[in-house]
Design a protein around this ligand. Sequence first.
Ligand code: NAI
Length: 333
Amino acid sequence: MSSAPLGLAVIGTGAMGTRHAENILRAVPDARLAAVYDVNAESAARVASSLGCAHSPRLDELLSRDDVQAVVIASPPSFHATHAIAAARAGKHIFLEKPMALTLPDANAIIVAAETAAVRLQIGFMRRYDPAYADAQARIRNGDIGEPRLFKGIDRDRDAPTGPPGSISRAAILTDSAIHDFDLARWLMADEVIAVRATIAVVGDERTIPGPNVALVDLRFARGSLGNVEVIQGAKYGYDIRAEIVGTEGTLLVGGHQKTALQLLTVNGAHHDLTGHWLDRFGDAYLREMRDFLVTMRDGRPPYVTGDDGRRALAIALAADTAGERGIEVAVS
Ligand code: NAI
């Protein structure tokens, strides 16, 4: 491949898109941030001016730029299918934030569009790039805990979503948050989830909470192992993401609470700070995933997190939504 830097563009300049743009600009070799686009032109102009790139007035203008070879899509999930399919048709490689889509037909259409256009498609499951999760996966593959038998995912957001009651769907807690754990479950257990049960609820004062804020999802894997994913939005004390994988010969615990290495010890006890935000906890992982997207593209290697991975995690989330609605075990399609 040519040694000219790859030109990237970011669609959606909110919290996630801005971090991806910063990572492309500052820390990814062989890449150049060419342009950003957001339906909120002020947001795009602000990010473009602070990062020194162009801002496109329209999506079609961005996708027709010759200096853009790949796009990072960080718009809200309801736009992912439209944006990804348009990018594929314009011949741009795609890094697509999770959830890749909100329905399986849309996920399939994205995969087909990327295959038809022969462009790359990588999904933003960055936890796979976190050093602790990556090490856990390598140890499981190495047989360090024997046969994995149980997966436990804990996913607690410090902040509760805001909005009027009823404004957030039951599925959102699964497609937005638990979807990371569904991907981890498949990846760490090296197995497929075949069925789910779920309890999804508004826990607290229903008059002030916009939608379900707690979800408990039980997983059944093809080889007979079991799993459970817990999501709480609005845990208040911090951003608390952990996993446990229990095997026949040992157990792996991933994640902790402490943000910095400082601890204060007094007669009143031990005190340390807590991780508060996903951009802190997974700062490294976001950088590594973007580097990997670019390096594998440059080297012509397959993406590490594929469209199929995105679709399978979405299928688990949607099955859990149905399971939560009906109170029965639901097969994952
Ligand atoms: P955000 O609300 O901060 O930003 C979304 C941006 O998209 C806004 O600037 C908005 O103006 C823009 N936008 C809305 N409609 C648009 C359209 N039709 N075309 C172009 N831009 C449009 O949301 P956030 O948190 O940045 O999330 C964006 C995506 O990133 C979502 O898919 C979300 O699930 C994902 N995400 C992933 C995380 C991860 O850990 N991998 C963490 C947080 C978000």
